[in-house]
Write a protein that binds this ligand. Structure first.
Ligand code: CP
Length: 331
């Protein structure tokens, strides 16, 4: 099994063994970084980082990982390229494929990153699409393994809107790794039935149990990991907030949700989070809806069970593993 020259587009494409390999190399490169050991074995390689949406963690992780590996990264922001506006994705991919050894894409539909991969001919990495956020899932799995010493057999309860990239990708990642997965939200917010069916088939092979729970008092019972995400995704209209707040408020992760989970349970969030009034959007929500927090209380976010910043750090080590394995044969 080799990941050399492979794309990294969505969790569904990966075997359990391939996920294990990304985690093994991420742990190895993390250790090297902590010890201050050089690991710049991709000197001379170039990666294009296309960001059609904003980012802190993903962009920084790709840029720092590239620098640590000895690579050069070129950041293309939504305004400074012709992508999709004056030039098709196919033509863009063909141009970038002539100049770069790899491409990262964050933006809209999954079909865009798939097209970049197809037409560029170089390894292409998904830094978040509407449907999928696979680099986040690798960081989450590494964090879970570091905390519990294993992944298989644990239970992750996802509170919030499970229809999009995070809910989808966590469900697939859990099923592939033999971790139990509960989506806790109103039925209208459950993942796509076709994806649930695929994940049930995977779960039947790995021993994972998938649950879809509408009762917020039941979702975290027996959970080792309680996970949530923002209620309105990037790029959605501001009008979406009112409906989302009304539907998802019963699913806010608070002290009671954590108390019902296992004693050693951890709280995870891919970030950014609305847990206080320290952001513009947080203050706007306070003015419009009288809310002091949204998907998670500050007590849980800042509490001793929270591992959100370990998770954020692991974006660096896992993204580094994705680039290293795609561009170096044998690590
Ligand atoms: N979790 C995540 O993808 O963070 P950014 O949007 O800051 O990249």
């Amino acid at each position: 099994m080799t990941l050399y020259k492979k794309n990294f587009l969505k969790m569904l494409d990966l075997t359990s063994q391939e996920i294990e390999e990304y985690l093994r190399v991420a742990a190895l490169l993390k250790e090297k970084k902590k010890k201050g050991e050089a690991h710049d074995f991709l000197r001379g390689k170039n990666v294009a980082l296309i960001f059609e949406k904003t980012s802190t963690r993903t962009r920084c992780a790709f840029e720092v990982a590239a620098a640590d590996l000895g690579m050069h990264a070129v950041y293309l922001d939504p305004k400074s390229s012709q992508i999709g506006k004056k030039e098709s994705i196919e033509d863009t991919a063909k141009v970038l494929g002539r100049m770069f050894d790899a491409i990262e894409y964050r933006g809209y539909g999954q079909e865009i990153v798939e097209a970049l991969a197809e037409y560029s001919g170089v390894p292409t990495f998904n830094g978040l699409t509407n449907e999928s956020h696979p680099t986040q899932i690798l960081a989450d799995l590494l964090t879970v393994r570091e905390h519990f010493g294993k992944i298989k057999g644990l239970t992750l309860a996802y509170y919030g809107d499970a229809r999009y990239n995070m809910g989808n990708s966590l469900m697939v990642g859990a099923a592939k790794m033999g971790m139990n997965f509960t989506a806790c939200c109103p039925a209208a917010y459950f993942p796509d039935p076709a994806l649930i069916q695929k994940c049930k088939e995977i779960a039947a092979q790995t021993g994972s149990v998938l649950r879809f729970e509408e009762d917020p008092a039941k979702g975290s019972v027996g959970a080792d990991v309680v996970y949530t995400d923002v209620w309105v995704s990037m790029g959605e209209a501001p009008e979406a907030w009112e409906e989302r707040i009304q539907d998802l408020s019963p699913y806010k992760v608070n002290g009671n949700v954590m108390k019902r989970a296992n004693e050693r349970a951890v709280f995870m969030h891919c970030l950014p989070a609305f847990h206080d009034l320290g952001t513009e959007i947080g203050r706007e929500m306070k003015a419009r809806f009288g809310l002091d927090d949204m998907e998670v209380t500050n007590e849980v976010f800042s509490g001793k069970q929270s591992v959100v910043f370990d998770e954020a750090e692991n974006r660096l080590h896992t993204i580094k593993a994705v680039m290293a394995l795609a561009l170096c044969d044998g690590i």
